[in-house]
Structure formats: C-alpha cells, structure tokens
Design a protein around this ligand. Structure first.
Ligand code: DP6
Length: 328
C-alpha cells in the first residue's frame, strides 16, 4: 500500500454562498451553492503515514503548527484513519501558491488537498463523490474544490447526500476572477462562527426563500455563458452574505472602506461599458468577475483603486488531483 501521496487542489469562489448549516457537526448546509475553482490559488499537500511516528506532525507554509489549526487537521486525519481502519500517525506538509497573507480563503483548497493526499497515502481509492463528502466534513466549501471547473454543491439532508459535482469543465467558459486584495489581514471572525451566527439574523429566511430561484438562474447563466444574467445575481448574493453577517447577533463586519471603494468603482466601470461584476467572500477582498476579453482592462483599473494592494487573476481551475512530486 502506498504510504505517501501528494495532491493539488484549487480554491474556489462561490457565486451562490454557503452561509449557515442545517447540521454544524457534519457541515450539512442550509442551501445549495455554486462556485468556480480558481486556477491561481491552490494548495499542494503531501501526506505520509509512518509506523515509526508517535504523533502526527503538521507543517503548513514551512512552519509546524499547533493549537486549533493542528487539531482541525488531526481530526481530518482521524476521519481518514477510520475509513482505512488504521491507527498510523502521519507527516503532513502543505503549502499555498498564494501568500497566506493575501487573505484568500485557504480552507477550501487546503482540506480538499488533504482529503485526496491522505486517502491515497492510506491506500484508499475513493470516488469523487465520497472524497467531496469527506472534504465537506473538514470545511464545507472544500467539498466544492474536489470536482473541476464550475461546481454545484447540493445541500442534501444527510452526510451521504451532501456533496459537490461539476456542472461545467474549466474550458467551458473563459470567465475570470480578478481578486482585488484590499486587506491582507487574517479575518477576525472565522467562517465557523459566521455559519453559527447566521441563525440569529432576522434575514436568514428571507434569503433562504430567495435562493432556489437564484440558484437555478446562476446555473443557467453558467451553462449558457451569459454574464449579464450571472452578474446581477452574484452581486445580490454577495451583498446578502454581508447583510446576514452584519445583522447577526453579535454582528460581524467584514466591510472596509477599500472594499466599498472597489464596489463603487465596479458600478462606474459597468456604466463605462465594461462587463464586470463583483462578488465577495467572508472578508474585505473583492472578486471581480469578467470575461477574458476584458480581464486586462479590469486588472489595470482595479490596480488604480485606492487601497488595492495586489491583484490575482484566475481562470476556472481543474479538479483536485495527485502529482508525483512530493514536498518531502
Ligand atoms: C463565505 O467553508 O470556510 O466563503 O465549513 O466552517 O470551513 P467552514 O466554512 P467555509 O465557509 C465558506 C463561506 C463563504 C461562502 C462559500 O464559500 O460558499
């Protein structure tokens, strides 16, 4: 049985957001979500099970981690050990190709890559669906980084039926995500707390009732490559995510002046005839969604907005996959 395996997995940006769980332990979300993998934001992870180890050793970005970051990885290794029926400890090394300080969500690519590398190293051949189910339990959005391209996560009602599948390949549409980094700080309130707080927002059910039709519209817009259909829906959804956060008890503010500046600029650029729309994550960075024909112009304009520190341009990324070059 192979003891060591390495995988690469791309981060993703949600067009319909996952915000709130039906079951927080298994991470069964309240609603279906849709995303695009990001080809310039990926994690590479090597896992090696070794009988000689007394404990798991986790190195992320060149540093051995402890505390809650370590505990989250060890819990996930435990899920894999249970599946493989082994007790062997593991050595894990993981690195992002993007600076962790860029404030891009890394838990999706990190736990997707860990799921694939750890199951392979444990000698398991797991289907894409089961890998997505496994990744979801470590970080909800990670289940969408297992399949490639444009992906939907059907919420389901139990762990066995809550997983993500690809709805279109990366080549299907030359859509781009220009990430405008306005803050490199780590977010103060993590998604886990955010999902729990969602239940306290008076707008939760208003949003939930609007989602089924928005979900189908976004899906249709992707399949028909229609940016003018996609754009308004993703902006609406992004604003609702932040509205939910701000109306939770206690409220969570991810907004910064830089973020608002970029959003207002997008409206101006659109008025000037450029096909660009924004979406947001649970943080202040703005994702500018446009087609490849407009990407250079959008990147150039974004760089000029006050407070924009860095730009990362992404096309749709592929599925999580293994590689032969190990990190150690
Ligand atoms: C705003 O997947 O990071 O990015 O399951 O607690 O790890 P955990 O949450 P996470 O939540 C993602 C929230 C979001 C929206 C999305 O990606 O759908």
């Amino acid at each position: 049985m192979p003891q060591k395996a390495t995988s690469i997995s791309f981060s993703n940006i949600a067009f319909i957001k996952y915000w709130g769980n039906r079951d927080a332990v298994y991470r069964i979300p309240l609603n279906d979500s849709v995303s695009m993998n990001l080809d310039h934001a990926f994690t590479t992870t090597t896992v090696e099970f070794d009988d000689k180890l007394n404990d798991d050793v986790i190195v992320i970005g060149g540093k051995e981690v402890d505390g809650s970051a370590r505990a989250r990885v060890v819990s996930h290794l435990d899920r894999v050990r249970k599946l493989a029926n082994i007790e062997t400890k593991a050595r894990v090394r993981s690195q992002n190709n993007f600076p962790t300080s860029a404030g891009i969500a890394s838990s999706a690519s990190a736990f997707a890559a860990l799921s694939l590398a750890a199951t392979r190293a444990a000698g398991l051949e797991v289907s894409e669906r089961d890998l997505s189910i496994l990744a979801r339990q470590a970080s909800g959005s990670a289940c969408r980084s297992i399949p490639g391209g444009f992906v939907e996560w059907i919420a389901g009602y139990s762990s066995a039926d809550s997983y993500a599948v690809s709805i279109a390949s990366p080549e299907h549409w030359e859509l781009r995500d220009v990430v405008a980094i306005v803050s490199a700080e780590e977010k103060k309130v993590g998604s886990y707390e955010g999902h729990a707080a969602a239940q306290t927002s008076p707008f939760l059910w208003t949003r939930q009732s609007a989602l089924p039709s928005r979900f189908h519209l976004v899906r249709r817009a992707i399949l028909s490559k229609d940016l003018t259909l996609l754009g308004p829906a993703i902006e609406e959804d992004a604003i609702e995510l932040h509205m939910m956060a701000m109306t939770s008890r206690p409220p969570i503010y991810y907004w910064t002046p830089g973020m608002v500046r970029v959003i207002q600029s997008v409206q101006q650029w659109r008025a000037d005839g450029i096909g660009v729309y924004f979406t947001l994550d649970a943080g202040p960075n703005v994702h500018l969604i446009c087609e490849s024909k407009d990407v250079d112009r959008v990147a150039e304009l974004a760089r000029q907005v006050q407070d924009v520190q860095q730009i990362i341009v992404n096309a749709a990324g592929g599925a999580a996959h293994t590689i032969e070059t190990h990190l150690f």
